[in-house]
Design a protein around this ligand. Structure first.
Ligand code: NAD
Length: 287
């Protein structure tokens, strides 16, 4: 680090609270060093009351940009000059790019998910996806999948505080993209089975499977799976979940959330530098 930081080094931030647990600083700094970019990436504890001032600091300090996480993802957009189409539709930003004082907000979670599929030779374009979830991760995936050309998306969620967000996501997808989206209550298990039977890919984009819900599954039992169905988890801690072990027993191809995590970081790296992360090197570091 002492050799790498000079008077020319530019700063990239990560603004969220809490944030000290994040693996993004290690991941981004490793990639900058590997490809020789003169950037340093640091995490800043910035809460909802401070995000407006933090955005001013991006301009004042002439930072190259920043990542943004909770609670700021849905708050920061109004302080920026421009939003990407996906960030506009999601109503959320996780990456800011500073081009000579002009700040653009992007959301790379959905891009990360779609890139992770491609990296696993899974081609979902023109096909049908069934997905459980209506929170931040799910919305980003649903919007990006629709923008990228997934033909049909069936969303399931509980009737909890996220339900209205799913209603709004379905309306936006149907109004603004060529994808057809529908929403059902996750309690309707017959519908869940029927939609899974008709889908190319099934995605769990809820916190179920991750601590403290690690012993649970959004799919009640393995009769819901057939060997041709591709089964994806967005949670990645623990890496193995009850849902995917049931799917594997049936013979399904499965993927965990690590790829999405890596590729959302790579998409942000590419927005700041113009080239993707050295993915194979990063996989070695992560695994
Ligand atoms: P969120 O709080 O915004 O959304 C939570 C979602 O889970 C909602 O749809 C909610 O209805 C659903 N849910 C919660 N408890 C449930 C239960 N008991 N049964 C059924 N549904 C339930 O969270 P988020 O930020 O969207 O994160 C969701 C998951 O995705 C988390 O596990 C998170 O760690 C993971 N994630 C992974 C990546 C990645 O890069 N792989 C990125 C972001 C989030």
């Amino acid at each position: 680090m002492a050799e790498r930081i000079t008077g020319h080094t530019e700063l990239i931030g990560l603004m969220a609270y809490p944030i000290r647990h994040s693996s993004s600083p290690a991941m981004q700094n490793e990639a900058f060093a590997k490809l020789g970019y003169d950037y340093a990436y640091l995490a800043f504890e910035v809460g909802a009351d401070e995000i407006e001032d933090a955005v001013k600091a991006i301009r004042t300090l002439k930072m190259r940009g920043s990542n943004v996480s909770m609670p700021n993802k849905t708050l920061v957009g109004k302080y920026l000059d421009e939003l990407s189409p996906a960030a506009e539709l999601c109503g959320a930003v996780n990456t800011i790019v500073n081009d000579n004082g002009h700040l653009t907000g992007h959301i790379t979670d959905g891009i990360g998910f779609m890139s992770a599929l491609k990296d696993n030779d899974i081609d979902v374009i023109g096909k049908k996806m069934t997905i459980v979830g209506a929170g931040g991760a799910a919305t980003a995936i649903e919007i990006q999948a629709a923008l990228d050309g997934v033909a049909e998306i069936t969303i399931f969620n509980r009737k909890d505080e996220f339900w209205n967000r799913a209603v709004s996501t379905v309306e936006k997808i149907n109004a603004k993209t060529s994808c057809h989206a529908v929403l059902y209550d996750l309690a309707d298990l017959d519908k869940l089975k029927a939609e899974m039977d008709d889908s190319f890919i099934f995605v769990n984009a809820t916190g179920v499977g991750m601590k403290p819900l690690e012993s649970q599954s959004v799919v009640p039992d393995k009769s819901y799976f057939r060997p041709e169905l591709i089964v994806i988890d967005v949670p990645y801690s623990p890496l193995e979940t009850k849902m995917r072990s049931m799917a594997k027993e049936v013979g399904c191809k499965t993927m965990n959330g690590l790829g999405m995590m890596l590729f959302q970081g790579s998409a942000a790296f590419e927005l700041w530098t113009g080239e993707p992360m050295p993915i194979e090197h990063m996989k070695e570091i992560l695994h």
